[in-house]
Ligand binder design. Structure first.
Ligand code: APR
Length: 168
């Protein structure tokens, strides 16, 4: 089941929320800023531990890693690093990887319900129609044989909501 809602990713009552992070895993603005601000220090502490161990060089674009969700209603945050939009280089496969890898991490955790923001469409400037097409197509493909029961795209503005809803 895939659905789109207008809202704030930090308020979603799902098992895992996906963070539009950067490779440092140490926070930022947009979704990243909201998740860390509302989720609290525990999330950053686990991100720091990941940087001190498995991800010394940072989380590569397209990959995903889970931490606690701290004070958020969700149980986990799955951090993924979207590609920055490029008009000269086709990075679509990296944006697809963000969704594929986040769903695989969610399934490994035993999550049943997952919420995504519109990854890469803010600071990373990816056109929202293109991002919606890639995101929804990848999630549909991954859900074919997955234990997940719900993927919710949580859109922060009407344009994104319209673009993602049109893909369902
Ligand atoms: N809930 C849901 N969606 C949100 C929220 C929120 N609280 N805040 C912002 N958004 C939307 C934005 O409107 C945009 O459509 O999420 C989308 C992704 O925007 P960004 O958060 O800017 O993420 P991205 O484009 O992937 O850029 C990632 O930005 O915040 C930094 O640390 C982050 O360096 C990384 C970069």
């Amino acid at each position: 089941m895939i659905e789109t809602v207008r809202g704030d990713i930090t308020e979603q009552r799902v098992d895992a929320v996906v963070n539009a992070a950067n490779s440092s895993l140490l926070g930022g603005g947009g979704v990243d800023g909201a998740i860390h601000r509302k989720g609290g220090e525990e999330i950053l502490a686990e991100c720091r531990a990941l940087r001190a161990s498995k991800y010394g060089g940072g989380l590569p674009t397209g990959q995903a890693v889970a931490t606690t969700a701290g004070r958020l209603p969700a149980r986990w945050v799955i951090h993924t690093v979207g590609p920055v939009w490029s008009s000269s280089e086709d990075r679509s496969s990296l944006l697809a990887d963000c969704h594929r890898n986040s769903l695989r991490v969610a399934a490994e955790l035993g999550a049943s319900t997952v919420a995504f923001p519109a990854i890469s469409t803010g600071v990373y400037r990816w056109p929202v129609e293109s991002a919606a097409e890639i995101a929804v197509a990848t999630v549909k493909e991954e859900l074919r044989d997955s234990s997940l029961t719900l993927v919710r795209f949580v859109l922060f503005d009407d344009d994104a909501y319209g673009a993602f809803s049109a893909q369902l």
